[in-house]
Design a protein around this ligand. Structure first.
Ligand SMILES: [Zn+2]
Length: 341
């Protein structure tokens, strides 16, 4: 596996609406396989590898959760709102990067607990809109370098810790990585293939809708990082995807009812190739698969995901073996996609 590429993808900032740097990496990598690459008006990168067989789209989203500057006060403290679902418990006291006229590092501050009037307030997490970013600069400099609308990301670096990686943005740089590595690994591509790096997933699956209307795929796979709750204190029925049990094949989520025949096809492929897999049925979360499914005349969809612990936080944890299995399964799919039709 080209882990250096995954590192670059995760470390690159790409909050919803500001995916260009990530899109550029995707474009650069995929240009080794086709010259038919377009970027649409919203920033989706769509690459076409022409072939016989069904019109298939692989989708991964180029955005990550993060923040956008909403206000800068007279003293130079910066307020933000979240872009995407972020747990307020993981915001206070984090290091962040404000992407102003230059990259500025800061710390998330809030009223210290011992100054809170009620004991009860000390046990509560600070809401994101009540915290602020302290850049440690005088107010004029902050106002010079930071504007309302600038984006903010967690200041977390990708790190190899042996069996696993820790870092930010595994959701969904793992999907982008899977797309690139599967196309690289596939000995043949058994379909008319479109690769979509879709924008603004974390703000309501928005880019995928535009891309689906352009591509009109018969079959689409959303490649994702998903919640792994295989943690102490979580009962088995609430764990959903578990690490080291292979890619998650999701049958339902908040919006999705996956194409059962397509999921069964993927499961059989996994079995045939000695790749572990796990099914989940849940009523929360969703992926671009549900948006693609109903954006045009109807598309057969499935979502294949790598289980990530502490997803959407400043530091997630993902197992190398799970990413390897995801890439293998998607590679096997590309090599035999004609049989899925
Ligand atoms: Zn995602």
């Amino acid at each position: 596996m080209n882990w250096k590429l995954l590192e670059e993808l995760c470390n690159t900032p790409g909050v919803s609406g500001h995916e260009k740097a990530v899109a550029d990496i995707f474009r650069g990598e995929i240009s080794a396989f086709t010259s038919e690459i377009t970027t649409d008006a919203v920033g989706n990168v769509i690459a076409h590898i022409p072939g016989d067989g069904p019109r298939v789209a692989l989708d991964a989203h180029s955005d990550e959760v993060g923040f956008i500057v909403s206000h800068i006060d007279e003293a130079g403290f910066v307020r933000v709102i979240p872009l995407g679902g972020i747990d307020p418990r993981v915001f206070y006291a984090q290091r962040v990067v404000v992407h102003g006229s230059e990259q500025l590092k800061g710390v998330v501050g809030a009223v210290p607990p011992h100054l809170l009037s009620k004991d009860a307030d000390r046990d509560k997490s600070v809401p994101i809109n009540e915290a602020f970013i302290d850049l440690g600069m005088n107010a004029e400099t902050v106002h010079e370098k930071v504007r309302v609308g600038d984006i903010v990301t967690f200041d977390s670096k990708f790190e190899d810790v042996g069996e696993a990686f820790i870092g930010k943005a595994f959701d969904d740089r793992i999907g982008i990585f899977t797309m690139i590595e599967a196309v690289r690994a596939a000995k043949k591509i058994d379909c008319d293939l479109y690769l979509v790096a879709a924008v603004q997933e974390e703000r309501g699956l928005r880019g995928a809708v535009c891309a689906a209307r352009a591509v009109r795929p018969e079959i689409a796979l959303a490649l994702e990082g998903t919640v792994a709750n295989d943690l102490p204190g979580v009962p088995p029925h609430k764990q959903f995807a578990r690490q080291k049990f292979g890619p998650e094949l999701r049958l339902t989520d908040r919006l999705l009812i996956a194409d059962r025949a397509l999921v069964d096809f993927l499961a059989e492929l996994a079995d045939k190739n000695g790749i572990p897999k796990q099914f989940t049925v849940k009523s929360m979360g969703t992926t671009n698969a549900s948006a693609i499914q109903t954006s045009t005349v109807g598309t057969r969809v499935a979502a294949i995901s790598v289980p990530v612990r502490y997803i959407h936080g400043p530091n997630g944890l993902v197992r190398k073996i799970d990413i390897e299995h995801q890439v293998k399964l998607v590679t096997a799919f590309l090599e035999s996609a004609g049989n899925a039709a």
